[in-house]
Design a binder for this molecule. Sequence first.
Ligand code: PLP
Length: 307
Amino acid sequence: MNAAKYIWMNGEFIPWEKAQIHVLSHTLHYGNGVIEGTKAYKTDKGYAIFRLNDHTRRLKESAKMTLINIPYTVEELDNAQIELIRINEFTGDNVYIRPFAFLGYGVMGLYHKDAPVETAIAAWEWGAYLGEEGMQRGIRLKVASMTRPANTSNMGKAKATANYLNSQMAKFEAIESGYDEALLLDDHGYVAEASGAGFFMVREGKLISPPNDNSLESITQKTVIEYAEDLGYEVIRRRISREELYIADEAFLTGTAAEITPVREIDARIVGEGHRGPITEKIQSGYFDIVFGRNKKYEHYLTYVTQ
Ligand SMILES: Cc1ncc(COP(=O)(O)O)c(C=O)c1O
């Protein structure tokens, strides 16, 4: 990975290589932690963080769900992210920001009430999550053999580190099978989300995306819905069964890291014409206009980092 200069940890900016923890930190053993994934883009007016407040609020909400008490306000965490981008003196087109909270050293056993909460924010330059070629040509998606855990035993809406074991197994399986990314169904067999992104398909000119019954409430998904409706497209939130995936006219993934990644194949079925579809392309280029500050209507989603 691309190391940066500083990491924010428990209220202080410290050198990147000094941001270390004890091997007996609680989260390393029992998996209760929460993360965010936020992104800053280099606009004509300097770096701007996209939907900063929405991401930070989601971090605090994930923590509330998983019983982690982050001792910082949303405002304090927002300001720390702005300052982190400033002092790291990045130069690339975009910077990924990873705020997170986890349980540190001092308590063992599952009852975590007295475990110290550690809060940190790292930021680094990161290229296209699913590859530059994938952004142009589209990626190949495999439906994972594992489903998302049922809502009766999981908290899919929390961006909890524990949820990423399921994602990690699915992603590994997809790549080992020669695909680029995994798509996970819910325990009833309907599409939930990709291992680290939301899912959209296009049929008869309409955009369809599953409800967040068993998936993260994706901020990019929300942005795409708002933007697509602005463009005059009908967007439908409904369940998608596996066989319907195979007859989609177009498909794409949405995520802060994945941005808008076209899908060209699902489980050996060619999607549409086998390349990025026309509606996908429109949404993708419109999304980049928004995050790079080229669409005035969406400028309220940008937090500029002044130098
Ligand atoms: C499991 C999962 N679903 C969906 C998303 C997309 O969410 P967002 O658009 O808020 O980045 C992510 C990315 O963080 C994710 O990890």
